[in-house]
Design a protein around this ligand. Structure first.
Ligand SMILES: Cc1cc2nc3c(=O)[nH]c(=O)nc-3n(C[C@H](O)[C@H](O)[C@H](O)COP(=O)(O)O)c2cc1C
Length: 413
């Protein structure tokens, strides 16, 4: 997100603060709230506390009735941070109460605008549209109204974006100029915003290996997006060793189902007693139920005999194709599409059935389609086959089984 200066204006209770906080919360960094309100009586104290509570603990409140420029320069946040100044009209009223003259006030205003433009972080300033009513009956109120109008104009001219809040609806009356793509990328913060991170982790935690499918077709555009996500996986030496074979032919699926059945009959022989019974009760594929089957392959000869990074670990070609499968799985989850991986299959027979050349290795046979509902837990966990291991027992420090006093990780619950 690139740095911006935003002026939010509107009548009282038009939704300015709510909008300003929502804009501020889009920033991943620290959030500063400069409050110009003076808490002179109990009602005002209560009101300020209520607003603080509403903002939440991630907002750092700084009370500054007279010199917001000084406060802004003092905190010197980073480029991912945001400063919200609430509000210009209270600041003006504080300056008038100090009996500052118009020239002094306007000079402070200009300095603040210049500062907001110079600092590396986004600044959101709230003000009020107070000039729309009748002409006030006393000179001080008229002076206040006129100066407020003038100050608003100065900020609106100097700031990138101006939004007029009307009955809770933001109306953009001045839009920030779109920066060229390249410079926008340069100022993009490294960390994703809270919302974006939430989406990514949700796809990771809610991804499931699925074996129950609905017959509904998969939109080819959606599947195209999913495969494009797969194609953006990391690969050794940028080898991109994958191909994707999309199967929708029921006859081919039947052939694959037969392959699974015989491979599964062989696999069963590894178990006995209750474990065998449990194994036999598991649904381990959705080949004919799912509308699409996908074969992910690895071309071991792509880019010639030597590929950067594969000299000592030639198997990194297959690792790369696995990274593509994981991207595919996550993108599919985000699209609401279920994916199930079937490895209980004879790869040589599969290669023959699909006419694969010798140098092409099978990496994954996937069933793809819509589902009634995604499993909440891995199906093998719900069935009592296995449990998720404790991550802390799988992480070592500095050497195999090593522990550390100086650096230990904190894991989410
Ligand atoms: C390489 C690989 C092969 C797999 N093969 C099968 C399979 O043949 N049949 C099956 O039902 N699940 C298969 N799975 C799915 C796993 O059982 C599943 O990922 C695991 O139980 C965890 O569940 P989750 O993916 O829902 O988190 C495979 C997964 C991977 C990564």
């Amino acid at each position: 997100m690139s740095k911006k200066t935003i002026l939010l204006t509107g009548g009282s209770r038009s939704g300015k603060s709510k909008r300003a906080l929502a804009l501020g919360n889009e920033h991943a960094g620290k959030k500063y709230f400069i409050a110009t309100a003076e808490t002179l009586d109990q009602e005002m104290k209560d009101r300020v506390q209520r607003h603080k509570d509403e903002r939440g603990p991630e907002w750092i409140t700084l009370e500054e009735p007279l010199d917001p420029t000084k406060t802004m320069l003092k905190i010197a946040p980073g480029s991912n941070d945001v400063v919200l100044l609430d509000c210009l009209t209270l600041w003006l009223s504080n300056m008038l109460m100090q009996e500052m003259d118009d020239t002094g006030i306007l000079s402070k205003v200009k300095t603040l605008i210049e500062t907001c433009k110079k600092v590396p972080f986004t600044v959101i300033v709230i003000t009020n549209e107070i000039g729309a009513g009748i002409v006030p009956g006393d000179p001080l109120s008229r002076k206040f109204r006129d100066l407020a109008g003038e100050i608003n104009q100065e900020f609106a001219t100097g700031f990138d974006e101006v939004v007029h809040m009307v009955s809770g609806i933001p109306v953009t009356i001045k839009a920030a100029e779109k920066l060229p793509q390249e410079s926008e990328q340069k100022s993009e913060p490294h960390e994703f915003s809270k919302e974006k991170k939430k989406g990514l982790y949700e796809a990771i935690y809610k991804r499931r290996d699925m074996r129950h499918f609905l017959p509904d077709p998969v939109d080819p555009t959606v599947l195209g997006r999913i495969l494009d996500a797969a194609h953006h996986a990391g690969s050794v030496g940028f080898m991109q060793p994958w191909n994707f074979i999309v199967i929708d032919d029921p006859e081919i699926k039947q052939t694959m189902a037969k392959n699974f059945s015989s491979a599964n009959a062989d696999a069963e022989k590894n178990y006995s007693g209750l474990r065998k019974e449990l194994y036999q009760s598991l649904k381990l594929e959705g080949i004919t139920d799912s509308p699409i089957n996908l074969v992910v392959t690895c071309d071991k000869t792509r880019n010639g005999p030597h590929v950067l990074g594969r000299n000592t670990m030639p198997e990194t070609d297959v690792f790369s194709a696995c990274c593509a499968v994981q991207n595919l799985w996550l993108a599919a989850r985000a699209e609401g599409i279920a994916v199930g991986w079937v490895s209980i299959i004879d790869p040589e027979r599969l290669k023959q059935d699909l006419g694969l050349p010798e140098n092409i290795e099978i990496v994954a046979y996937l069933c793809v389609g819509h589902t009634q509902s995604f499993y909440k837990k891995p199906m093998l966990e719900s069935a009592g086959w296995g449990k998720r291991l404790a991550l802390k027992n799988l992480v070592y420090y500095n050497r195999w089984k090593g522990t550390s006093e100086s650096y230990t990780l904190n894991f989410p619950d």
